[in-house]
Design a protein around this ligand. Structure first.
Ligand SMILES: [Zn+2]
Ligand SMILES: [Zn+2]
Length: 330
């Protein structure tokens, strides 16, 4: 089978690998769509490897024993290789499992092996392209919106309009919440405007806090969802959200964000939430967003055959895109 690999600084190509075989309760999925995520960072840094991607949808083509999926099922491939037995896995919060198998997600390939319980079925009428947004595209922020319990009463600040932030715009729109976004990348600002976001603030504007406050009658947004992973954006959320507001952090950030316990938490009453993914039991609800949101199709800006992996990575690295989808069989 063919599989994508990063072979040098800004160099990607396809390599030949052995097709996996079903064993026990692990099934083989023929991957039809593999959305691209943050792999472009490895491409830019020249960090070589062939275990690329963690987002996929496809068709079950081989099982070893009877279980939750059958050959021919159209499925979403959930990320990682959690144990499936611990309390967190059984509750649907498998992303936090402490007993994960050592397998690495490798979705930029023609086939993949996965525990069958991590392959929820795609409803009829939903295309592979649409269903693929149940991974990081919409899924990452969906988990945050569930935890924030955001709805039509709320004004939500979304910082960072990369593919995860644009997905957050769709989730906010679906819940009829008002959005104030923070982004400077012109391509993505224009994309968000086309999705109906009226207020987009430049994070480089020295008056950003004032502008966001003035857009909410001086009070501040009810909630914030950070999709940028930038320390400055974390502080912007903390400084602008109203007293007793809630902030969900979705963008990965390995740096330290200064939080003043008395000022920000005790006296302002903020609730800070980390949200890595969504609970597996919420999968049917996320599918409803995909089935019903009119904004879904404007979210995907590029579809590349995997044979054009170099060009796909160049586009992803240029940050002039919404969500990018790869087709491993083209
Ligand atoms: Zn587990
Ligand atoms: Zn992802």
């Amino acid at each position: 089978m063919k599989q994508a690999a990063i072979t040098g600084k800004r160099k990607a190509e396809l390599i030949e690998k052995e097709k996996p075989q079903a064993r026990g309760d692990w099934a083989v999925v023929k991957i039809h769509v593999a959305p691209m995520c943050a792999e472009y960072k490895r491409f830019v840094n020249g960090n070589p490897g062939d275990c690329l991607g963690h987002e996929a949808v496809g068709e079950v083509v081989e099982i070893d024993c009877p279980g939750p999926v059958q050959v021919g099922d159209r499925v979403v491939v959930m990320p990682q290789y959690p144990c499936g037995k611990c309390e967190l896995c059984l509750a649907g919060d498998y992303i936090y499992c402490k007993h994960k198998y050592e397998n690495s997600d490798t979705t930029m390939a023609q086939y993949l092996l996965k525990p069958a319980w991590l392959l929820p079925k795609i409803p009829d009428g939903v295309s592979y392209e649409q269903a693929s947004l149940a991974c990081c595209g919409l899924g990452a922020s969906f988990g945050a919106f569930q935890k924030l319990d955001a709805n039509a009463f709320d004004t939500i600040l979304i910082t960072g309009l990369g593919p995860v932030g644009l997905g957050a715009v769709i989730n906010a729109h679906f819940r009829k919440a008002r959005v104030i976004a923070v982004e400077s990348n012109k391509y993505r600002v224009d994309l968000a405007k086309n999705m109906g976001v009226e207020s987009i603030v430049d994070p480089g504007d020295p008056d950003a806090v004032k502008i966001i406050k003035s857009l909410t009658g001086g009070v501040g947004p009810d909630c914030a969802v950070d999709c940028s992973g930038a320390v400055a954006a974390h502080r912007l959320c903390i400084d602008t959200v109203r007293s007793k507001g809630k902030i969900a952090f979705v963008g990965e950030c390995m740096k330290e964000t200064p939080v003043i316990v008395s000022q920000d938490l005790l006296r302002k009453g903020l609730t800070l939430i980390g949200s890595w993914h969504y609970n597996l039991n919420d999968f049917p609800k996320l599918m409803k967003v995909i089935q019903q949101s009119p904004l879904i199709d404007s979210f995907v800006t590029h579809v590349f055959p995997m044979s054009q992996i170099q060009q796909a990575f160049e586009t992803s690295a240029s940050q002039t895109s919404g969500k990018i989808l790869l087709k491993p069989w083209e």
